[in-house]
Design a protein around this ligand. Sequence first.
Ligand SMILES: *Cc1c(COP(=O)(O)O)cnc(C)c1O
Length: 392
Amino acid sequence: MYKFGQEELEAIGRVLESGWLFRYGGEGKTLRQVEQFEQRWAERMQVPYAVAVTSGTAALICALVGLGIGPGDEVIIPGYTFIATAAAVIEVRAVPVIAEIDATLTLDVEDVRRKITPHTRAIIPVHMAGIPCNLDPILQLAREHNLYVIEDACQAIGGSYRGRPLGSLGDAGAYSLNYYKIIGVGEGGVAVTHDRTVFDRMRMHHDCGVSFWGDNQDTQIPFIPGVNYRMNEVLGAFALVQLGRLDSFLNGMRPIKKRVYQAITGALSPAPQNDADGDCGTTLHIQFDDAETAARFEAALQERDVDAGRPINTGRHVYANWEFVLNRANVSPKWDVWSPPHYTGKATYSKDMCPNTLDILSRTVAIPTDPFWTDEQVSDLIARLLDAAESL
Ligand SMILES: *Cc1c(COP(=O)(O)O)cnc(C)c1O
């Protein structure tokens, strides 16, 4: 999140004054902030259905449960994403299958094709660092093999692909509202879908199966078990104000990324993009032929007070650091995700299983943008980038 202030304070204050903090019930008192937030989110993301939840991880779990994915199923995810994507798959007792990324830092469609097995049920393309994935071929591949697509748009709220909002193109989408995302409320998330049955299953799963909203019985499908991922009214009010700020953040960052890329091309190589207009603009990525040169450029930028880093060093965002996946760890022996009777596939893991991913992440330098930079600050950044390039 890039900003919060008086508007959030006032919105939260109104909820506290109402005296009703629970998302359901409260007739005559409730301000129905969570419900309004869901409606506004659905409109912004051009989907009929949205469920507000307590995290992006919860949103992914609701999407997986919504689509009926569970024990024995394989779900293909990229080797570059926050570990939460893998954790959500394991939480529904499915098996994460790790695929390569390409130079765009998002899922490599050809590697996904190679990793499809008779057990595969879904693909989770992750729009990392605000970058739209190569969705058309992914959706096409999914259609050919009868697979679901769940977009992990946790880091790409408001981004688009060929003009359509990220999260709205697949069978379900997940967003995070944690402190580090484009907009946020500290911790929170949203799951979306076009399908009424998937929506009902998501709502049931996020609300202990049936407990509160189910009193209205406004569903045609039988209840399924669930847990509690309900968002509260305080966060609903906070989230409504943040959603109102989203486009101003994107309108600040997108031109910055375009301007910098244009100015440095020739001297440096920006990462290729699947949809430059739909990119959220949160992060600049510059690529080199080898990791050693990238490391020298990173150091040269740091010497020039530019906040630069390499994705390879982002800890749990790189599959080689996902210990509990690599070790096929289980919560208890009878809760084994990777063994018969449920799982009869052959998914295996090793630190070097996706060499292209490790190579690309090592020879990429990432620089975060800020929607509030002035034109002068952007000019200054460009000058430092070119100066650091010159010094190599
Ligand atoms: C942050 C993030 C998540 C998880 O979101 P939380 O709100 O922290 O649970 C999942 N996937 C990606 C790509 C993320 O960046």
